[in-house]
Design a protein around this ligand. Sequence first.
Ligand code: KIV
Ligand code: ZN
Length: 521
Amino acid sequence: MKPERKIYIFDTTLRDGEQSPGASLLPEEKLKIAKQLECLNVDVIEAGFPASSEGEMRAVAMIAEHVRKPVICGLSRMIPRDIDACRSALEGAAKKRIHVFLATSQIHREFKLKKGKREIIEMAVKNIRSARKDFRQVEFSPEDASRTERDFLVDVVRAAIDAGATSINIPDTVGYAIPEEFSDLIRLLIRKNPALGKQIVLSVHCHNDLGLATANSIAAVLAGANQIECTVNGIGERAGNASVEEIAMILNTRRDFMGCYTDIKLSEITKSSRLVSHLTGMVVQPNKAIVGRNAFWHASGIHQDGILKKRQTYEIMNPKKIGLSGNQLMLGKLSGKHAFAVRVKKLGFNLSAAEIDAAFVKFKTLADKKKYIFDEDIEAILQNQIAQVPETWKLVSMKVVSETGQKPSATIRLSYQGQVSEASSTGDGPVEACYKAIETVVRSGAQVAHYGLQSVTGGKDALGDVVVKLVVGTKEVSGRGTSTDVIEASVRAYLFALNKLCQEPKRGSASASRRKIDVRL
Ligand code: KIV
Ligand code: ZN
């Protein structure tokens, strides 16, 4: 069997990642992220571009001083000022590297640098030699390598190695490469410079303009590259870079095929992702591989059933590996009774089969109104069910009109022993209008002593949870109602309390006010 290769992870969240529009970080924030990257166990942290500003210089210096395990790297153009800035910023580092870059593609040479091929090679050689005086590790990037003429790229890389570069990084700067094409390029470079991927680190740095950053990085590894430059959550210039979590999980999940590994501590992935998202303000798209909110949520009933029978039916990675608590069954209208019953049990409710059946009907009704059902929603359903009282007064329909500048009005239809009664009323608010209409039908004489409304879960389709306390004579009774419509929740809470009162005589505690209701009943 071929021995497995270690793939070095060069994290550039704090350099290329910070180049994401709007993602700029304070030095203290960069240090926080660097410490987390150390916990994630990346091999190299590209901490920044020291020559770019005072703050950046300070941030890189702080990281160099406080983060000791990984190699700390600084970016530099091929000019003495930048190399000096890197030297100063990285003075206190336990392990350090300088990353010098120079564009090599025709379009960059002609339009950006206005330099010929010979000048480019001379500039690279001169500055790599100079950088080697202060750094044992010098990484060289021929910027826009994937669009550079192949023979020229081979020459530049050879010259850089001869000048003392210890790592050669091949950037797909504009995310233009196709995996097969990119792996061919890597193979060509290794053929022409056999030390690459062995004594000389062969790195790749892929951008995601066509959504191929991870695929290109993986193709390069299969072709012999042994370092990947990547960022947490894939942030970076424009569409971003290859993401460290995808790379690490691909190499872990498909180690059988890839024959290589990283030293990334997988259980730190989620924490790293959340920290970077929080500090940069860059929200992770919900369907982002590995770290997206939905990456381990299962919505379809068939999938949920499969997961409950054997997790691997629909999960190729164990979410616990990346620091999540476990797979998530996103309950909603597609969910089956099996998933519902499992969640009910997990929430600590011990229901009989009949009770599950009843609760499942309510769950489905709610799921038709509400996209996702959260644990709190289920708890609300179950709490209502557990405290169930017979629906003596049942809501048949309600119509509420509430227009600006006009008193709200409500028409309520209630049924009692199959007989339907209707009443309308106005009120200072729509809830009061409903309660007055109910009272017109029921004539309980109840006074509302307390009314409380809160949302059960977040989001605009959250369940409203209403609690009312009714006072009838000397009696107090409370009721609770939940619905995505807060007015309906209010009506249900009122009726729930009234229905509780209707139960009272059976326990032999009639009172004058109770009798008032009974007369009507
Ligand atoms: O994308 C790129 O080419 C870069 C270089 C500095 C490596 O970020
Ligand atoms: Zn880049």
